[in-house]
Design a protein around this ligand. Sequence first.
Ligand code: SF4
Length: 460
Amino acid sequence: MSTFHIWTLGCQMNQADSLKLAAGLEGLGYHAVDDDVDADLVVINTCSVRQHAEDRAYSRMGVLRKRRNEGKRFKIAVMGCMVGPKTDDLRKRFPYVDVWARPQEFDGILQVAGDLRDVSGGELGALMGDLDGGAIKMAPGTYGLPKGPTAYVPVIHGCDKFCTYCIVPLRRGREDSRPAADILDEVRFLAAHGVREVTLLGQTVEAYGHDLEPDTTGLYAETGGRPDLATLFEGIDAIEGISRVRFLTSYPKDMTDRIIDAVADQPKVCEHFNIPVQSGSESMLLRMRRGYTVADFEDRVARIRSRMPDAAIVTDVIVGCPGETEAEFADTIALLERTQFDIIHVAAYSPRPGTYAARNLPDDVPAEVKKERLHIVEALHAASSERINQRLLGREVEVLVEQNENGRATGRTRQGQLVHFDVIGAQGRTLGDLVRVEISQATPWSLQGHVAGMLTLSVL
Ligand code: SF4
């Protein structure tokens, strides 16, 4: 029996890509194994957004090389954002890697996997067609489902924004939306196989549809002939079996009133926004070429909170970008304090080779200053999250059951908070059930409680 192991670094888009590749490998008769020591094919799905993620991939590649040198026979594939249009440097540095694959370009890996098992060219070609564009096609008996009741569904690949520090557009290419009909087919398929919550993915998810050819038959007339993210929400709302829809990552300039209103009005869409602000300083936003002002950002937050006072708003911040002064950092802190985000993901800037910033803006903030700023934002995040979670003490929240072992279950609220809770009797026993949980303990990171009632059963 041939086996594979995929090690995934980075964002949800990478997780979705790994799942699609796993589907393809299973279609070739491979079986997934938990430990790469047991695999005939080891895939590293890389991230290059931060140096730290790249270093982890390099370190794993070193471990695999050692194993090869010890005489173990297996194939190595490296895919994802570390693999650019030219991988010459990487090929020279890691000559023992059998195949390099850019994001969503699975064919080379499937070819190596097919060769290992002597799969016929026709069978391999059909499989590559099934994985076209990174989507599982809806053939009967199709394969590759997520293991639980939640699934990621990429709706738009790539990014057109070219923020100065960011490698994503260089590695994932320009914005490329999937046809709405394909997305809805995929969600129907997932619902029929037990998925209850889908997360629609894009680097800038509200850009969905901008690049599609306009429809001339009157479809999507309200949005100029092209579907938008709100169109997808409406379509998914009508799909039986799906209880919840999430979406990420947001980009303030693409977040229209229509989309915000759709989140407020569509009962299945969770009031949970992931909107990276990156900096609270006007001058820094300009250097980052983020394309919006602090006022633009705060206008979007105000619109969300006016329609959904309980909405969760999560953000990302980068500290120590080229030239960041004390005053600019203070502006960021002031924005974070004004806005009171539910979660703040913070990272210290590291130059990504090939980006505008790496070529033109000196990485001049000392490492210890970056570290200090990082800790200040982390402390702010912990205090803010704890305050928000404490407000839920004694209240009942809606939770979708994602795991259940021996009467102890885990799931998330509509706002994305992680909840651990006791299951009493039959209520909440089945993955995908929607239950009401009364919260009895709150920390900045999670909530604890017990089931207080059922909302929906996860029956097909
Ligand atoms: S919006 Fe900016 S930070 Fe986000 S993926 Fe695009 S280029 Fe990168």
